[in-house]
Every structure is written in structure tokens, then in C-alpha cells.
Design a binder for this molecule. Structure first.
Ligand code: NDP
Ligand SMILES: O=C(O)C1=N[C@H](C(=O)O)C[C@H](O)C1
Length: 271
């Protein structure tokens, strides 16, 4: 089979640069284009140079339409507005869209689900094997323990992160809510301040830390009477997310239109 040709959206960003490196290291994949914001000062820069690989001849451009004609898939770790625009363009062009962007509103999530009626989209708040296994374990533990165990999700990320709670924390919250058979939107407590009153049994709490260069750390706590279980994941290198996203693109090449998650890609849906 011919190489799969990929566009990296947000190629000048932290994940974009990591993806350019990961593609260069992966047999069967070719970097077909590097997309950036049309106002970015990085337009015209070489994607290989930015990724620390040396020149690869792929220049950053703001023209998604032109790139999409030359590729099989777009790998998108950008910002919600950019992702929403790309969803429409990739769907129209019939290209696989792998979405890692987090902080997407509920209304925009619905637009992505609507686009996936005719487009093949893989979307996850975390593309790593470890976090998706943690999500499967979280669901299982939440199903096993009753409401005397309070569920709290703690996350820490670097000081440049712009959304909270993290996409991963929300993914883990959904896994816990699924395990308990409840609707996360109705039972989540996203922040606490002042005279909050006692914790309500059955709520799922979130706490956010930001600082330094932390790649991403997540803890799911099940705090019960006189004992506590903690499930923890610590990301040490963005390459784990990049490799997961590339695996998702290769998997999606053979899938029918639909909105898939990394649990589908990794076969963990029924874990
Ligand atoms: N699902 C997962 O596994 C992971 C998800 N993420 C998520 O990925 C996203 C990006 O993270 P990170 O790389 O750290 O962030 P960065 O800010 O480093 O990168 C985002 C890049 O997207 C660019 N961008 C903005 N608008 C557009 C546009 N219209 N078209 C193309 N590119 C655009 C930005 O350009 P400019 O700076 O000029 O605005 C920037 O270069 C975040 O939402 C983060 O939470 C991160 C890691 C793993
Ligand atoms: O912005 C980041 O850096 C990360 N974002 C994702 C998230 O919001 O969970 C995944 C990872 O934790 C790194």
C-alpha cells in the first residue's frame, strides 16, 4: 500500500512539532503539508527545521484547502475555532480527521458529531495508550464501588495550557460517570471556592493545577470510608500523544464515516 499522506495542523505548536518528528520516524507515513494560522509569523518556515530535524522542504502555510487536495488525513492539535473550521473542510474533501484539540464547547462537539455522519473522525482528549487504559480502569472501578466512594479527578499541566479542566480530566470524568450510570453534565463540580457546603454524594469533582513544564498528570481518586484508591497517569513526553494520533490515522484509513475515540482505535471499548 502507498504511504499515507498526512497534514499536521498547528505545525508550529508544541504538539505540531512533535508530530512532524513522529511522522519522520514512522514507516508508511509521509508529511504532505504543515498548516498554521493564516496570521502566524511562522508561515513560510520549514516544518522540519521547526521540529529540530533539519530542512524537509515542507513549508508552513495557512491554506488548508490547497493542502487537503494532496493528503489522506489531517492531524489536528490546534484550538477549537481552527478545529471547527477544519472539520467542515476535511469532511467536504473526504479526508480522515484526527482531532486532539481540547476545550471544545458542548455546542461545537455537536457540530463535530454531525459532520461525522459523512466523515471519518477520530477524536480524543488524550491519544496515549496509558490514559486510555486508565479510562477503561476508571470505568470498571466506578462500576464496582458504590457512592460511599467519592470520585475526584486532579490534573496538572504546564503553565501555557489555555483550557481547564483538561480534555483528559473530562475524558476520565466521563469514564467514571459511565461506570456509575450517571450523566457527568448533571453531576460534575468543576471548581470550589468559599462556603461550598458539604460534598454531595455521587458528585464527580475536578481540581486543576498549572505550573512549569509539566507535560500532563492525572489522578482519579476514589475516596471511601477509611480507605482511598488512586489511579494515576504521568506523561513524560508529548511523543506518546503523537504516536497515538498517528496510530489513529492509520486505523481510520479503513473505517466507514463515524465519530470514533481512541477506545475504538485501541480496542478498549468493552474492557
Ligand atoms: N488529545 C491529546 O492527546 C492531546 C491534546 N492536546 C491539545 O492539543 C492542543 C494544542 O496543544 P499544544 O500543541 O500544546 O498547543 P500550542 O499552542 O503549542 O499549539 C497550537 C498551534 O495551533 C496553531 N493554530 C492556531 N490557529 C490555527 C489555525 N487556524 N490553523 C492552524 N493552526 C492554528 C497555533 O498557532 P498560534 O500560536 O500562531 O496561535 C499553534 O501553533 C490543545 O488543545 C491541547 O490541549 C495536547 C496534547 C495531547
Ligand atoms: O495541553 C496539553 O498539554 C495537553 N492537553 C491534553 C488535555 O487537555 O488533557 C492532553 C495532555 O494531557 C496534554
Amino acid at each position: 500500500m502507498s504511504d499515507m499522506r498526512l497534514i499536521v495542523a498547528g505545525a508550529g505548536g508544541r504538539m505540531g512539532r512533535t508530530l512532524v518528528k513522529a511522522i519522520a520516524d514512522t514507516p508508511g507515513l509521509t508529511l504532505a503539508g504543515a498548516l498554521e494560522d493564516a496570521r502566524s509569523p511562522l508561515l513560510g518556515w520549514d516544518a522540519g527545521t521547526l521540529a529540530g530535524l533539519g530542512e524537509n522542504g515542507i513549508k508552513l502555510t495557512g491554506d488548508a484547502g490547497a493542502l487537503l487536495t494532496q493528503a489522506d488525513a489531517v492531524i489536528d492539535f490546534t484550538i477549537p475555532a481552527a478545529t471547527l473550521a477544519l472539520v467542515e473542510q476535511a469532511a467536504k474533501a473526504g479526508k480522515v480527521h484526527v482531532i486532539g484539540t481540547t476545550g471544545i464547547s458542548a455546542a461545537d462537539e455537536e457540530k463535530i458529531a454531525a459532520a461525522a455522519k459523512t466523515a471519518t473522525i477520530v477524536k480524543s482528549g488524550n491519544m496515549s495508550l496509558g490514559v486510555n487504559l486508565l479510562a477503561a480502569l476508571t470505568k470498571r472501578v466506578a462500576r464496582t464501588l458504590d457512592q460511599t466512594f467519592d470520585i475526584e479527578i486532579l490534573e496538572m499541566h504546564h503553565n501555557q495550557k489555555i483550557d481547564a479542566p483538561s480534555g483528559t480530566a473530562l475524558l476520565l470524568g466521563h469514564a467514571a460517570a459511565d461506570g456509575r450510570g450517571i450523566d457527568l453534565a448533571k453531576r460534575s463540580v468543576r471548581s470550589r471556592d468559599g462556603h461550598t457546603g458539604a460534598r454531595k454524594a455521587g458528585d464527580i469533582g475536578f481540581a486543576t493545577l498549572r505550573g512549569g513544564t509539566v507535560v500532563g498528570e492525572h489522578t482519579v481518586m476514589f475516596a471511601g470510608p477509611a480507605e482511598r484508591i488512586e489511579l494515576v497517569h504521568k506523561a513524560e513526553d508529548r511523543m506518546i500523544f503523537a504516536r497515538g494520533a498517528l496510530h489513529a490515522a492509520q486505523w481510520a484509513r479503513n473505517q466507514k464515516p463515524g465519530l470514533y475515540s481512541m477506545l475504538d482505535v485501541l480496542g478498549l471499548k468493552d474492557f
